[in-house]
Ligand binder design. Structure first.
Ligand code: GLC
Length: 792
C-alpha cells in the first residue's frame, strides 16, 4: 500500500500516533555501588558505568532496575576508572578525567561535558522518556553547528543532519534512493562534529531503532521499539578518537587474508563449472589480475546450502584446486534458509537437533526463500552457531577459504520481507522475540561462519563477506552494500555510504562495482572500476538477465582502461595493507571522509564526492556521464597530482581534467607511500618494493611500512616486518632514516627503490647518515624525480 497515493490520503491524518511521553520525573535517590552510580527517579531507574575515562554508559529502565547485560555487539569489559562523585544541592556530578556528568535532580536530567567543560551531550526539557507501548526515547540538544556521521549503511549524503533513519535490517531490491531508510545493516551509532571537535553515541539496543535529526529544530532524538535506553557517550575529541572509542567497545576487524583485498569477479550466477573455468582462463589470457571468483546460488543442488549441483559442477573440488593453482580463490554464497526436505541432511540435522527458529509454542517458522519453503537456524543459540560453523567443513574440504553470507537480515519472500517478529529466539536460554533480535540475526550468523571457518582452516585467515549485520559486524566480515543498480546516482551514493560505514567501525566495505541490476554501460563500468580500485573491498557483481560486466564486456578500449585500474589496485596493495593494519588496531578506516583529517575545515563537512585513502591521498572519481573534468577540494597544504606531479596549493577548490582513462588522485606533500608490483594475483609475492616520497617544504614526515605473510594469524605473534621511514626535508637536502621495528617476517624483496618526487639534480640525499654518491642517484628531468635503490 505504501507505494500508492493512498500513503498521502487525507484520512490518514486522523490516525494519530500516541505522543504521550512519561518522564522519569525527579530524582529520589542516588547511591554508588561497585562500578555503578545508581539513580532512582519517580518513574524510572538509571545506572551509569564508565568503561574508560572517555566512554561512559547510561542505562535507563522505566519499570525496574536496569539490566547491565549488553547486546552481542559489546566486547569491552569496563576498565577500572577512577571517578569522583559529588552530591550538590541541585545536582550530582560524576567526574572521570575525561568526562564530567552533571545530573540535575529536578527534573532528573543528565548532561555530559569533557574535561575542559566543552558540552558533549545535553538533555533538553525532554530527557529520557517512554510511552505506554514500551517505546523508549532519548532527546538531546542539537546545536546550530552540529554535523552527524556514521549510522552504518545509509543512503543519501555524508552529513546526516536533517535526516531521520530507521535501523531494521532490510532486503531492499527496489532502487536505493535518498529516502531509502532502512537497508541491510543496523549500526545504531553516530558521531557529532561540532566546531572541529567530535563525540559519539552508541545506542546498544537491538530492537527497531530510530535516529531523528530532522524533526526537532534544536533537538535530536534516538528511540527504540522496546528494551532499555542503553547508550554510551564517547568523548572524542577528534573523529579518529571517536572511532577508536567505538571500536574498543564493539571490536575491530582482524586482518583479512591478502587475497581478499585483490580484485574479485562475481555474477548472479556463473552457472556451470565450464563457465567458471572459462572465466578464469579469460582473465589469465588477458593478463587481468584476479584473486577470487564467486559462486552465486546456481552452484547448489536446488539451492540447498552445503551442496553442489553435480550436473552443473561435476568436479567442484578439482575446479577449486585448479583455480587456486592459478592464484584464484572460489567464494560460494551461503544463505541462512535451509530447504524443507526430509531427505536433506542439513534440514534433518536441524530438525532432530532442535536447531531452527521456532515459535514459543514449539512450531518451526518456515519462510519462502530461494530454495522454497525453508527453516532458519537460530543463530542466537551458541550450540546452533557451532553446528553451522562445523558444517563448513563441506567447503573447506574442497579448498574453499572464503564464504559469502547473503539474505541474512533474514530476508524472506513475504509481505514483511522477514521472519515473523513473534518467533521466539533461544538466545542461550534467555528467550527473546524476533522483534528484539531481528537486527542481530546477521551478526550472529557472521560469528558462526567466521569462527567455524577459522577453526577449520588450520591457521589460515578466513574471509567472510556479509550483507546483514549490526554493530560489531567488523569482527567477522567485510560488508558490501547490497543490491545497487547501474545508475550514475548509485555510483555517487556509494561514496558517502562507504565513508559512513567506515566511520561506523566497518573498514572493509565496498559496493557492487558496475552496479548489480539494471544493466551497466561501458562508461559507467570504467568510471566505477576507477572508484573501486580504492574502495577497501573491490568486487564486480551483476544480476541475472542484465548486461554482462566482466572487464572485457565492452570492447578493447574499455577493457584496457578497466585493466589499467585493476592493475593499479595491485600496485597500491602494500599501502592499502598498511592501512588495513591500522584499521585492525585502531578502527580508523582505510577509506575516510576528508573531515577525519581536517575536522576544523568546514569545507570538508559535507564533502560526499571525494574521499581519502589513509591520511594523505585524495581520490576524486568522475561521477557523471560524458564528463571530463570536475572540481576537487584540496585542504590546507600542498598536493601533487598523482599522474604528473603537478603541484597545487591546498585550501582551494581546483578544477581538474580527467579523460576517460584518468581517475583524479592527489597526494599530500609529506606523504610517504609504498608501491608494489602489477601481478596476476596476490599469490605472487612482490619481488620489488618502491617507496614514494613527496617532499614537504622545510619539514619532516614519516611512514610505517607494514607487511606479513598475508594469510595466517602469525602476525598476531609478531611475525611481521615493520619499518619506520622518517624523512627530513630542507632546501637542498633530503635525509632519510629507516628504523627497523620488527623484521621477524622476511619479505621476498631485498632491495627497495626510493622515488623522491619534486627534486632537483642537486638535491643531497642522506640515508641513515650516509650521503649517497651521485652515481647512486638517477634523476628524471621530465618529472623531476630522484631515484635510488637501497636494502631495507
Ligand atoms: C541477493 C544478493 C545478490 C545476489 C542475489 C542472488 O539479491 O544481494 O548479491 O546475487 O541475492 O543470490
Amino acid at each position: 500500500m505504501q507505494d500508492t497515493s493512498f500513503a498521502i490520503h487525507p484520512g490518514k491524518k486522523n490516525q494519530l500516533k500516541d505522543t504521550t511521553y512519561h518522564d522519569i520525573g525527579n530524582l529520589k535517590h542516588v547511591k554508588k555501588s561497585g562500578k555503578d552510580v545508581q539513580f532512582t527517579g519517580e518513574q524510572g531507574y538509571v545506572k551509569i558505568r564508565f568503561y574508560r575515562s572517555d566512554s561512559v554508559r547510561v542505562v535507563m529502565n522505566p519499570f525496574e532496575e536496569p539490566s547491565m547485560k549488553s547486546s552481542f555487539a559489546l566486547v569491552k569489559e569496563p576498565e577500572d576508572v577512577k571517578i569522583v562523585v559529588n552530591e550538590e544541592t541541585d545536582s550530582i556530578t560524576i567526574d572521570s578525567s575525561h568526562i564530567k556528568l552533571v545530573v540535575k535532580r529536578k527534573p532528573f536530567r543528565i548532561s555530559a561535558y569533557d574535561a575542559n567543560a566543552r558540552p558533549l551531550v545535553l538533555e533538553t526539557e525532554m530527557g529520557m522518556v517512554y510511552k505506554e507501548n514500551k517505546e523508549v526515547i532519548c532527546f538531546k540538544k542539537m546545536s546550530e553547528n552540529d554535523h552527524f556521521y556514521g549510522f552504518g549503511e545509509k543512503a543519501g549524503f555524508l552529513d546526516k543532519r536533517g535526516e531521520k533513519y530507521t535501523m531494521w535490517n532490510s532486503d531492499v531490491y527496489a532502487p536505493h534512493n535518498p529516502e531509502t531508510n532502512a537497508l541491510y545493516e543496523s549500526i545504531p551509532y553516530f558521531m557529532t562534529l561540532r566546531d572541529g571537535k567530535a563525540h559519539g553515541i552508541y545506542f546498544d539496543n537491538t530492537f527497531k531503532t530510530v535516529f531523528d535529526m530532522k524533526t526537532g529544530k534544536n533537538t535530536y532524538s534516538f528511540s527504540a521499539d522496546g528494551g532499555q535506553i542503553d547508550y554510551y557517550i564517547l568523548a572524542g575529541p577528534t573523529p579518529k578518537d571517536v572511532v577508536e572509542q567505538y571500536t574498543d567497545l564493539t571490536g575491530r576487524m582482524p586482518l583479512p587474508p591478502k587475497w581478499s583485498l585483490g580484485y574479485h569477479q562475481s555474477r548472479y550466477s556463473y552457472e556451470t563449472e565450464k563457465e567458471v573455468r572459462e572465466l578464469a582462463n579469460t582473465f589469465l589470457e588477458k593478463g587481468i589480475p584476479l584473486d577470487a571468483i564467486y559462486l552465486d546460488i546456481h552452484y547448489m543442488d536446488g539451492y540447498r546450502v552445503f551442496t553442489f549441483d553435480h550436473g552443473r559442477f561435476p568436479t567442484p573440488g578439482k575446479m577449486i584446486q585448479d583455480l587456486k593453482v592459478k592464484g584464484i580463490r572460489t567464494v560460494p554464497i551461503v544463505d541462512p534458509g535451509v530447504k524443507e526436505d526430509p531427505e536433506y541432511a542439513i534440514y534433518s540435522d536441524g530438525i532432530l537437533g532442535d536447531l531452527f527458529c521456532k515459535y514459543l509454542e514449539g512450531n518451526i517458522f518456515f519462510g519462502d526463500v530461494w530454495p522454497g519453503n525453508s527453516a532458519f537456524p537460530d543463530f542466537t543459540n551458541s550450540k546452533v552457531r557451532k553446528w553451522w560453523g562445523r558444517k563448513h567443513k563441506f567447503y573447506t574440504d574442497l579448498g574453499i577459504e572464503g564464504i559469502w553470507n547473503d539474505m541474512n537480515e533474514p530476508a524472506v519472500f513475504n509481505e514483511t520481507k522477514t521472519m515473523d517478529v513473534k518467533v521466539m529466539h533461544d538466545n542461550d536460554g534467555d528467550l527473546k522475540t524476533h522483534r528484539e533480535m531481528h537486527n542481530v540475526y546477521g551478526l550472529y550468523m557472521g560469528e558462526s561462519t567466521y569462527n567455524g571457518m577459522k577453526s577449520l582452516l588450520d591457521g589460515k585467515r578466513p574471509f567472510l563477506l556479509t550483507r546483514a549485520g549490526f554493530s560489531g559486524v567488523q569482527r567477522y566480515g567485510a560488508v558490501w552494500t547490497g543490491d545497487n543498480r547501474s545508475f550514475w546516482e548509485h555510483l555517487s551514493m556509494a561514496l558517502p555510504m562507504c565513508m559512513n560505514l567506515g566511520l561506523s567501525g566497518v573498514a572493509f566495505t565496498g559496493p557492487d562495482v558496475g552496479g548489480f541490476a539494471h544493466g551497466t554501460s561501458a562508461e559507467l563500468l570504467a568510471r566505477w572500476t576507477q572508484f573501486g580500485t580504492f574502495t577497501p573491498y573491490f568486487r564486480n557483481h551483476s544480476a541475472l538477465e542484465f548486461a554482462r560486466q566482466e572487464p572485457w564486456s565492452f570492447g578493447e578500449k574499455y577493457e584496457s582502461i578497466i585493466k589499467k585500474y585493476i592493475e593499479l589496485r595491485y600496485k597500491w596493495l602494500p599501502h592499502l595493507y598498511t592501512l588495513f593494519k591500522e584499521a585492525s588496531e585502531t578502527g580508523v578506516p582505510v577509506m575516510r571522509p576528508l573531515l577525519m583529517e581536517s575536522p576544523y575545515d568546514s569545507n570538508t563537512y559535507k564533502l560526499s564526492d571525494q574521499f581519502l585513502i589513509g591520511e594523505n591521498v585524495i581520490i576524486a572519481p568522475i561521477l557523471k556521464p560524458d564528463t571530463r573534468h570536475r572540481v576537487v577540494y584540496l585542504p590546507e597544504g600542498d598536493w601533487y597530482d598523482y599522474w604528473n606531479d603537478h603541484k597545487y596549493r591546498g585550501g582551494n577548490h581546483v578544477l581538474v581534467e580527467a579523460d576517460l582513462d584518468t581517475l583524479p588522485i592527489f597526494i599530500k606533500a609529506g606523504a610517504v607511500l609504498s608501491e608494489g608490483e602489477v601481478k596476476q594475483s596476490t599469490a605472487v609475492a612482490d619481488e620489488k618494493m618502491t617507496i614514494h616520497v613527496y617532499p614537504v617544504e622545510e619539514g619532516q614526515s614519516a611512514y610505517t611500512f607494514y607487511d606479513d605473510d598475508g594469510e595466517t594469524f602469525a602476525y598476531q605473534d609478531g611475525i611481521t616486518v615493520e619499518k619506520r621511514i622518517s624523512c627530513y626535508f630542507d632546501e637542498n637536502t633530503v635525509k632519510i632514516t629507516i628504523d627497523e621495528q620488527n623484521s621477524r617476517f622476511e619479505p621476498k624483496w631485498e632491495k627497495v627503490t626510493f622515488v623522491l618526487h619534486d627534486q632537483t639534480k642537486e638535491t643531497a640525499v642522506i640515508v641513515d647518515d650516509r650521503q649517497l654518491d651521485e652515481n647512486e642517484l638517477t634523476f628524471n628531468c621530465s618529472i623531476k624525480t630522484l631515484t635510488f635503490n637501497i636494502s631495507m
